[in-house]
Design a protein around this ligand. Structure first.
Ligand code: ADP
Ligand code: MG
Length: 362
């Protein structure tokens, strides 16, 4: 039997603990959650009847906080921590099994653990909400940056268009005037070739910045995909990359600019081929949901580094050797997808490779 005085003392310890835990939680910092859990564990330990011999363990979110490391062969009291209606972890109290039995834990102690578990649950709900908010904020900042880059590149593209047209025009004129000078003609051809190349870069930049006129029509994405694959079949074979096409239905209609849609498909598949190892498999998938058409390209390549994950859609970001890549392909795709009010995301697959998912409204 426990005397009234002892019971009262226990009660005071519990209340002190609850008060302490509440203030620890109020001051909790999302960056140092492990410290917070540790403080809570030690506070709970003090509230138990045998504080020196009770060990507290909190398991949650990949963290494992203990008041002592020697925990084999213990009897325990457990409470589950529930976060958004899902079991997310536990808090438990442990006593040495040689000295104590389950009956040495008080009912009140189980209740105390339950209350602490509830508090931990709502703490981790807040943490999750905060993390979601932060990731949303990062996404918005990212979108803003891409938008500013788009506007900048649009400006640059405009500024370059006129002088480039002039270079081409005057070079053609000179060519006419120097018909008989073979040496000059060869140089002029080089000037013209380079000017044409630059004009192509400007065109891509304008795509990225959504400056190209759009011709939206009601069209079926399936022939566009098959057409692109036919054109790329030779490249697939040359690079010894396999592919598989998974089409849910022969007719998947959406509103899009046909040329721009082809450009999305082409760019994503070309990248997948380029980054695939020999014998690698590229999977091209398309299907529809209530509102959207989804187009996915998955490869078995090296995947994206954390830098690449952040920058793939920015103009001029490339990991290809100099001269091989302009780093404009995906920024063009991003521009086209945004102008169609769609979304594009790049993720690394669980095992290997990358998946690009384009979602376009029907
Ligand atoms: N399927 C992919 N696998 C791995 N990395 C990729 C893939 N697609 C794109 N990337 C990365 O994104 C960069 C930019 O791609 P992109 O805009 O198409 O330009 P480019 O192909 O000229 O490099 C690539 O250089 C590469 O680092
Ligand atoms: Mg590319």
């Amino acid at each position: 039997m426990i005397s009234t005085e002892t019971a009262l003392k226990e009660r005071i310890k519990e209340l002190t603990c609850l008060y302490e835990v509440s203030s620890i939680i109020v001051n909790a910092d999302i960056e140092t959650l492990e410290e917070t859990l540790k403080a809570i564990a030690f506070s709970v330990q003090k509230a138990f009847s045998f504080p020196e011999e009770t060990e507290i363990v909190i398991l949650i979110d990949g963290m494992n906080v203990v008041t002592s490391q020697n925990l084999d062969e213990h009897i325990e009291l457990v409470s589950e921590i529930v976060v958004f209606n899902k079991l997310a972890g536990t808090i438990s109290a442990h006593l040495n099994h040689l000295k104590y039995t389950k009956e040495d834990f008080l009912n009140e102690e189980q209740q105390l653990l339950n209350i602490i578990a509830l508090k931990l649950g709502s703490l981790f709900e807040r943490v999750q909400i905060r993390k979601n908010e932060m990731s949303l904020k990062r996404q918005m900042e990212h979108a803003d940056r891409l938008k500013i880059l788009g506007e900048l590149t649009a400006g640059i593209a405009h500024e370059l268009n006129t002088p480039l047209a002039n270079i081409l025009g005057f070079a053609e004129l000179l060519k006419d005037n120097l018909k008989n000078n073979t040496e000059c003609l060869a140089d002029l051809d080089r000037i013209i070739q380079n000017a044409i190349f630059s004009r192509e870069v400007v065109k891509k930049l304008m795509f990225f910045a959504c400056e190209m006129p759009q011709k939206m029509t009601r069209l079926n994405i399936v022939p566009s995909i098959k057409g692109a694959i036919d054109l790329l079949d030779a490249t697939f074979r040359k690079q010894q990359v396999k592919y598989i096409v998974k089409i849910e239905d022969e007719t998947l209609l959406l509103n899009a600019d046909p040329i721009q849609l082809t450009q999305i498909i082409f760019n994503l598949i070309t990248n997948a081929i380029y980054f695939s190892p020999k014998k690698g498999l590229v999977t091209i998938t398309t299907f529809q949901t209530d509102k959207d058409i989804v187009f996915k390209v998955t490869d078995e390549g090296p995947g994206l580094s954390s830098e690449a994950l952040e920058k793939v859609f920015q103009p001029f970001f490339t990991t290809k050797p100099t001269g091989e890549g302009s780093g404009l392909g995906l920024s063009v795709v991003h521009g086209i997808v945004s102008s169609h009010k769609g979304t594009i995301v790049a993720i690394n697959n669980p095992l290997k490779g990358t998946t690009f998912t384009v979602t376009l409204p029907k």
